[in-house]
Design a protein around this ligand. Structure first.
Ligand SMILES: C[S@@+](CC[C@H](N)C(=O)[O-])C[C@H]1O[C@@H](n2cnc3c(N)ncnc32)[C@H](O)[C@@H]1O
Length: 356
């Protein structure tokens, strides 16, 4: 094909469209289990992979060819007859495609992007009316476990140990109590309980479906006796605590009333307790050129984070690009006396400790 796009933006959007198509094909492979079947049972022809996965050979063949020209899968002999070609998961792609425990696992991005696209027609309407977008139902694909590996690998091993007063309290007696607000499917609560074998963790999330899964995850992880979950709005949560630590991981910017949530969190603290917030590592102010993480955060903000928070009356309308000054203002309005920006190293998030 001769490419005659002389405007760089036209070329860039062509590349973006190819990237989007990669993610849709990734979604198909992930949902059906094509990657796993190819990785676990070894190289296969399209007929063999279709048999392994109970799918139709013609569809699988097209997918395999697309995956191979896209550089995601490999093929032994591209010149072989289409039905004779044997495809494989390249060794260094396996952790990205099938190893959910790896920090490099990215197969969930298919689900992420497909879910983000589903309410786009309603989003167009919301731009006109100011309405919010209701939460998406869990089915058919569930929700992507985008932070699971990060919590299980980093939260208890690197992030919390890098906050000395918090680490000391979680490691000491009497056993500390932790509240995890906006805990989603519970992996942060589970990771805290795994890292600190005596602590008791209460996870709260506005949405009921993730909370149901969170309980199953905690039981399977062997911490079901110390981690409990409840569906609740962090902004109106009453009667819980006291807690030595309250955490809010990548959830404050999604809350319609973040100041109320922080005020509630402050009220839950026991003497000496503090709140740890982790949220997007965006720039201090709107600047150009922005780095990739800021661009990524703005993308999510436009399609998901901001519209999800806009549904409630008098929403703060924070969006995913919650800059350090915004967090500081929210914390001071909620009555905290001090906001520390922590030196926790992470490419995606910035960490803050809020002290009453
Ligand atoms: C981006 S997700 C992060 C979930 C989880 N902390 C993680 O990192 O996997 C944001 C979460 O905040 C929850 N949330 C939004 N508003 C909330 C509120 N007012 N109270 C409690 N949870 C809320 C959402 O339901 C969602 O699960």
């Amino acid at each position: 094909m001769s490419v005659e796009r002389t405007n760089p933006l036209a070329e860039r959007l062509f590349q973006s469209a190819m990237a989007a198509l990669d993610l849709y094909a990734l979604y198909v492979g992930d949902q059906i289990g094509l990657y796993r079947a190819l990785h676990e049972a070894g190289p296969a022809t399209s007929t063999e992979l279709a048999e392994r996965t109970g799918t139709v050979e013609r569809y699988v063949r097209e997918w395999l060819e697309q995956q191979t020209v896209s550089g995601i899968l490999g093929v032994a002999d591209p010149s072989a007859d289409p039905l004779a070609r044997r495809y494989h998961v390249p060794p260094d792609h396996a952790e990205v495609l099938v190893d959910e425990d790896s920090l490099n696992y990215q197969a969930h991005k298919g689900v992420d992007l497909v879910r983000a696209a589903r309410p786009l027609p309603a989003l167009v309407e919301a731009f006109r009316t100011g309405a919010g977008l209701p939460p998406l139902p869990w089915p058919p694909e569930g929700r992507a476990e985008f932070n699971r590996a990060r919590f299980l690998n980093l939260l208890g091993r690197m992030w919390l140990p890098a906050i000395p007063p918090v680490h000391a309290r979680l490691s000491s007696d009497p056993p500390a109590r932790v509240a995890d607000l906006g805990c989603g499917t519970g992996w942060s609560s589970i990771a805290i309980a795994q890292a600190y074998p005596k602590v008791l963790v209460d996870g709260f999330d506005l949405a009921e479906a993730p909370i149901e899964r969170a309980g199953d995850h905690a039981a399977a992880a062997g911490v079901g006796d110390r981690v409990r979950f409840r569906s609740a709005d962090a902004a109106t949560l009453g009667g819980a605590g006291p807690y030595d630590l309250v955490t809010v991981f990548e959830a404050l910017h999604d809350m319609s009333h973040p100041v109320d949530a922080l005020r509630v969190a402050r009220g839950m603290l026991s003497p000496g307790g503090s709140v740890v917030v982790a949220d997007e590592r965006v720039a201090d102010r709107f600047t150009l050129p922005a780095d990739e993480h800021e661009r990524y955060a703005y993308g999510w903000s436009v399609v998901t984070c901001l519209p999800s928070a806009m549904g409630e009356p008098e929403s703060a309308g924070t969006g995913a690009v919650m800059r350090p000054d915004t967090l500081r203002r929210y914390a001071l309005e909620a009555g905290f006396g001090e906001v520390e920006t922590l030196s926790v190293e992470d490419v995606e998030w910035r960490f803050y400790r809020l002290i009453p």
